[in-house]
Design a binder for this molecule. Structure first.
Ligand SMILES: [Zn+2]
Ligand SMILES: [Zn+2]
Length: 122
């Protein structure tokens, strides 16, 4: 005794004599090096906490895609895909008609064509 300067929370919950060096990610228990269970998703006080946290992590990650599609991410992706599709069609047309492979040249050609068209109309 006589070591009251060290707060209780800084001691391992399993070893009152050992200084805690970490905290369980699941239950928040202070743990020493000997009790630490290092896993891919964090440090835990035991296999039970690690397994529970892993189950929770699985639930969160499996719920994520559903949540994302609910907030309109699916619509955005659909729009992006159709935009890429349009670009692909444009690229194909320019390749067939003007025999171009460079996107910058294609855009330049398109602008020239539009300018010519405007000149013809006005
Ligand atoms: Zn724990
Ligand atoms: Zn310990």
């Amino acid at each position: 005794m006589g070591k009251f300067a060290v707060p209780v929370s800084n001691r391992c919950v399993f070893h009152p004599d050992a200084n805690a060096t970490g905290r369980c990610k699941k239950c928040g228990n202070s743990i020493c090096d000997a009790c630490k269970m290092q896993t891919g998703i964090g440090v835990f006080c035991g296999i039970q906490c690690a397994e529970e946290a892993e189950k929770f992590q699985d639930k969160v990650s499996s719920a994520m895609p559903v949540y994302q599609s609910k907030i309109g991410c699916g619509g955005m992706i659909k729009g992006l895909i159709s935009l890429i599709g349009l670009l692909g069609v444009f690229y194909a047309i320019m390749f067939v008609i003007y025999d171009l492979t460079d996107p910058m040249e294609m855009v330049q050609t398109l602008i020239d064509q539009i300018k010519k068209l405007i000149n013809v109309m006005t």
